[in-house]
Design a protein. Structure first.
Length: 114
């Protein structure tokens, strides 16, 4: 049995400056239900760069948004792509990114749905 995979959303994140503030890159909040994975191209990172990404979601409608998964990369990553595991999402979820240090980069990202 094979699943159909579609590109749900795509874009680029360019923070403009290093910041402690998170930037939501998906529709805020995203309400589409399904099984999703996220990919981020981190191949341009250099030694002094600090890049963070997180997925936030609600457990139930009306609940508070919590961090489901996050990653922090410091310096040159061992792989050029950051790949999230698959998540079943439905109640208000967001993909957020920030770059905290180093040369400001542009990061391409993709959300894929099965």
């Amino acid at each position: 049995m094979s699943a159909t995979v579609t590109q749900f959303a795509t874009g680029t994140f360019s923070p403009g400056n290093n910041s402690e503030s998170w930037t939501t890159v998906t529709t805020n909040p995203e309400t589409t239900a399904g099984i999703f994975t996220m990919l981020v191209d981190v191949s341009a990172m250099a030694a002094a760069d600090v890049f963070e990404v997180r997925l936030r979601a609600k457990v139930v409608t009306g609940g508070s948004e919590q961090t489901v998964w996050d990653a922090a990369l410091n310096g040159v990553p061992p792989n050029g792509m950051l790949v999230f595991p698959a998540f079943m999402l439905m109640h208000n979820w967001d993909l957020e990114m920030r770059q905290r240090a180093g040369t400001v980069r542009t990061y391409a990202w993709s959300v894929r749905q099965a």
